[in-house]
Design a protein around this ligand. Structure first.
Ligand SMILES: N[C@@H](CCC(=O)N[C@@H](CS)C(=O)NCC(=O)O)C(=O)O
Length: 219
């Protein structure tokens, strides 16, 4: 199985596919392409009609979307364990993931993932609304689980919801965003998670710069 990704420093969508495989201990070969380079588009031409990463290639199947990759891996290799076991939690986790997958565009545009940086941005009102919504969502998820299931993950056990919000946690760290205590603890949980630390190490060893993703000023 091969996962094609972009630069670890910048590619939040790639982190999702990669983290899903790493967190659930599924062996794969990683192929990294330099975002927006000629070879990026040449390599992807025969693999995905979208020319975007991540792409998972598993035997004869090419899966070219991060959510579809998580779903595929959960079904094919984990007997559905990518999602919470309990029906209501699973429905809420799916809604939270859908919200991330299709929304928060102001936050995404104004705070590009930039793992190795510490930067400061002046957020628009809409991006501020996005931050507040995510803070609220995380608190709601984290307080839903009962005390004896509390692990610090959004739904008790690590799930696709954590995969999807991990890149947001990295963004909040980069831009020094203030959050509630519960959400700040969740950011720390993500940042100290082994596979995420491995991804950040990879990002730190990269030297390429994507100017359009260097938002704001150094802090
Ligand atoms: N819906 C896709 C979106 C993937 C996406 O936008 N990937 C970015 C990487 S961070 C990309 O490949 N951009 C290249 C381009 O737009 O030319 C997913 O969830 O995988």
């Amino acid at each position: 199985m091969e996962l094609i990704i972009g630069n670890k420093n910048y590619s939040s969508w790639s982190l999702r596919g990669w983290l899903m495989l790493k967190a659930f201990d599924i062996p794969f070969h990683e192929k990294k392409l330099q975002l927006f380079s000629d070879s990026f588009y040449q390599e992807l031409e025969s693999v995905t009609p979208m020319a975007k990463v991540p792409v998972l290639i598993d035997g004869g199947v090419n899966v070219w979307d991060s959510l579809a990759i998580c779903e595929y891996v959960s079904e094919k290799y984990l007997e559905g364990k990518g999602w919470p076991k309990e029906l209501t939690s699973r429905a809420i986790a799916r809604a939270a993931v859908a919200e991330m997958h299709s929304g928060f565009s102001a936050l995404r545009n104004e705070m590009p993932m930039n793992c190795r940086a510490k930067r400061e941005v002046l957020l628009s009102d809409q991006a501020q609304v996005d931050v507040e919504r995510i803070d609220q969502l995380w608190q709601n998820c984290l307080t839903r689980v009962s005390d004896n299931e509390k692990t610090g993950w959004l739904f008790g056990e690590f799930s696709i919801a954590d995969v999807f919000y991990a890149p947001v946690a990295l963004r909040f760290k980069t831009y020094g965003i203030e959050l509630s205590d519960l959400s700040s603890a969740y950011v720390e949980k993500i940042l100290n998670y082994g596979p995420v630390m491995e991804w950040i190490d990879g990002a730190l060893s990269e030297t390429e710069i994507v100017p359009e993703d260097e938002a704001g000023e150094e802090r």
